[in-house]
Design a protein around this ligand. Structure first.
Ligand code: PLP
Length: 225
C-alpha cells in the first residue's frame, strides 16, 4: 500500500472513531510518526496533503526539518537535557517534557530566541519502569514549577501505555484524560488541553478517551528501516 492510501485509510478510521463517540473529527490531529523513515516517504505524505510529522531522534530530525521546510514537526522522543537547547524552536510541539530541569533548559533557550515553546508533559500513567514520563502524583508540582517559567507553555499531556491488553491500554488513556481535567480545573493547563495518546495499534481507543493528537507510524509508512 502507498503512503497516500495508508493516510486516507487512517483518516477515515479517525473520522469513524470520532463519529462513534460523538466527537468532531477536526479536534483530532494525526501526527504521522516518521522516525527511521526516509525523507522520500515523508515527501510522498506531503504530496498527498499531509503536513504534520513526529520525530524521535534529534540528529535525524535536524536533517528532515531542513529538507522539508513546508512540513510541521513535533518531537515525540525522549529528550536529554543537554539536547534541549537544540530542540527548542525546531519543533512546533515537544510532547515529552517530564522533569523541571528539562523545562528550565527549554525556557532559557526560548527566551534567547524570543519565542514561546509549546510542550506537553509526558506522564507515565502505567508506571512502566521502561518508559519515560513523570509519575501521576508528581504531575501537579511539575506543572506548577513549569508555570513559573517564561518562554515555555504546557498545552496538555502525553502518555505511552505499557504493552498489554486493550482494556489496560484504554484505562491508561482514560487516566491521562482525568489527570488533564483535574490539572485544567486547577488552572495548571488550558481548558482546551491537548491529549497526545494512541499509536498504530490503539489510536481508535485513544480517540474514544479524548485524544486530540494521535501518533501513528507504521500504519502510515509501513515498517521502519
Ligand atoms: C514510534 C512511536 C509512535 C508510533 O508507533 P507505531 O506503532 O509505529 O504507530 C508513537 N509514539 C511514540 C512516542 C513513538 O516513539
Amino acid at each position: 500500500m502507498s503512503v497516500a492510501a495508508n493516510l486516507a485509510g487512517i483518516k477515515e478510521r479517525i473520522a469513524a472513531a470520532a463519529a462513534r463517540c460523538g466527537r468532531n473529527p477536526d479536534e483530532i490531529r494525526l501526527v504521522a510518526v516518521s522516525k527511521r523513515q526516509p525523507v522520500e516517504k515523508i515527501a510522498s505524505a506531503i504530496a498527498a496533503g499531509h503536513s504534520l510529522f513526529g520525530e524521535n531522534y534529534l540528529q535525524e530530525a535536524r536533517d528532515k526539518v531542513a529538507a522539508l521546510p513546508d512540513a510541521e514537526f513535533h518531537f515525540i522522543g525522549h529528550l536529554q537535557s543537554n539536547k534541549a537547547k537544540e530542540a527548542t524552536g525546531m519543533f512546533s510541539l515537544i510532547h515529552t517534557v517530564d522533569r523541571l530541569k528539562l523545562a528550565r533548559r527549554i525556557s532559557a533557550r526560548a527566551l534567547e530566541l524570543g519565542i514561546v515553546q509549546d510542550v506537553l508533559v509526558q506522564v507515565n500513567v502505567g508506571r512502566d519502569p521502561n518508559k519515560s514520563g513523570i509519575a501521576p502524583e508528581e504531575l501537579e508540582p511539575l506543572l506548577a514549577g513549569i508555570g513559573e517559567l517564561d518562554g515555555i507553555a504546557v498545552r496538555g499531556l502525553m502518555t505511552m501505555p505499557p504493552q498489554g491488553d486493550m482494556a489496560g491500554t484504554r484505562a491508561c488513556f482514560a487516566a491521562l484524560r482525568s489527570l488533564a481535567e483535574k490539572a485544567a480545573a486547577y488552572g495548571l493547563i488550558p481548558a482546551g488541553f491537548e491529549l497526545s495518546m494512541g499509536m498504530s495499534g490503539d489510536f481508535e481507543a485513544a480517540i474514544a478517551e479524548g485524544a486530540t493528537l494521535v501518533r501513528v507510524g507504521t500504519a502510515v509508512f509501513g515498517p521502519r528501516g
